[in-house]
Design a protein around this ligand. Structure first.
Ligand code: NDP
Length: 293
């Protein structure tokens, strides 16, 4: 029987609706409106699309959206000054700096200048460290979205063997921490991993975050496994181009128990989780407990 296709698009739409309800409550009960500031430096076309989508969905959820579009020749000092201003602004509860930054800017310095309680991307060393040590943190949006889909699909993840292919700071590593804290047994694979096929074949949960089109074929997948495909790769398809994941969907669907499609799987969860993090950051800044979105 072919795998169940995990509909991230509809899951994300439900999540955004729930967040919007919470935002209304926050306004009526406490007179607070969450605010998200997005900083874009330069004119990278893909980044411009992401920032536009983030702004539109922030407003749709009833939050304030503050967009700061800076020219490509913005200096490190100018950017750090802006981050300082956003840190001090009580109307801004979340700050996101769109990556990649132009080469002359030090992204680590900029990201770590963000107040950890406003770091809705979960990229500061403080939040990464807090996640790794099991303390309350803001968690990177893409792995958080993957975890939500996995919990929804599988319920309790205890004792399941999760294999994550990819060890980036923004996906692979935080994904491993999240699965570990949900009591999965976690293996992280990367470009130096030997016998990747066998490693993948042992996974009850397989998370692919590599950036190589259709790298993982169906015959690497354990029958019945749950497959989360984070990869977004543009490939040419005749005269047109289209998006594919890191997993070969057509063969994987014949073997897996459940699988996320690309597009329409993990992608929509990322922005929904950004909004969820902004809501959480706003509630914490105002001394309110986290509300389950
Ligand atoms: P990175 O390039 O930062 O990391 C890729 C990882 O894959 C590295 O750890 C690398 O290993 C590993 N890798 C590369 N080649 C191989 C190989 N042949 N075998 C095993 N491992 C390999 O990518 P990101 O984590 O930023 O992104 C991964 C994918 O996810 C991309 O397609 C990206 O577009 C997508 N993405 C999607 C998001 C969404 O919202 N859905 C959000 C973020 C990313 P090593 O460390 O050894 O180099």
């Amino acid at each position: 029987m072919p795998a169940r296709v995990i509909d991230g698009k509809s899951f994300a739409a439900d999540l955004r609706q729930q967040i919007a309800k919470n935002v209304v409550e926050l306004k009526t009960e406490h007179g607070i409106t969450p605010g998200l500031a997005v900083v874009l430096v330069g004119d990278d076309p893909a980044s411009q699309v992401y920032v536009r989508n983030k702004g539109a969905q922030t407003v749709e959820a009833g939050m304030m959206s503050f967009e700061h579009r800076l020219p490509a020749d913005t200096t490190q000092d100018q950017l750090m000054t802006l981050i300082g201003q956003l840190n001090a602004d009580p109307g801004v509860h979340g700050i996101l700096v769109q990556l990649p930054l132009p080469r002359h800017l030090d992204a680590d310095l900029v990201i770590n200048a963000i107040e950890p309680i406003k770091d809705v991307d979960g990229f500061t060393v403080q939040n990464v460290g807090r996640l790794a040590t099991g303390q309350t943190s803001l968690v990177a949006c893409t792995p958080l979205g993957c975890l939500m889909l996995l919990r929804h699909q599988l319920g309790d993840l205890s004792g399941l063997h999760a294999v994550i292919v990819g060890r980036s700071n923004i996906v692979g590593k935080p994904m491993a921490q999240l699965l570990l804290s949900d009591n999965a047994t976690v293996t992280i694979a990367h470009s130096r991993t030997k016998n990747l096929r066998d490693v993948c074949g042992g996974a009850d949960i397989l998370v692919a975050a590599v950036g190589r089109p259709r790298m993982i074929p169906g015959d690497w997948i354990k029958p019945g496994a749950t497959v989360i495909d984070v990869g977004i790769n543009r490939v040419s398809d005749g005269a047109k181009s289209r998006l594919v994941g890191d997993v070969d969907f057509d063969t994987a669907i014949e073997v897996a128990g459940a699988i996320t499609p690309v597009p329409g799987g993990v992608g929509p969860m990322t922005i929904a989780c950004l909004l969820a993090n902004t809501l959480v950051a706003c509630r914490r800044a105002n001394g309110l407990p986290d509300a389950a979105p």
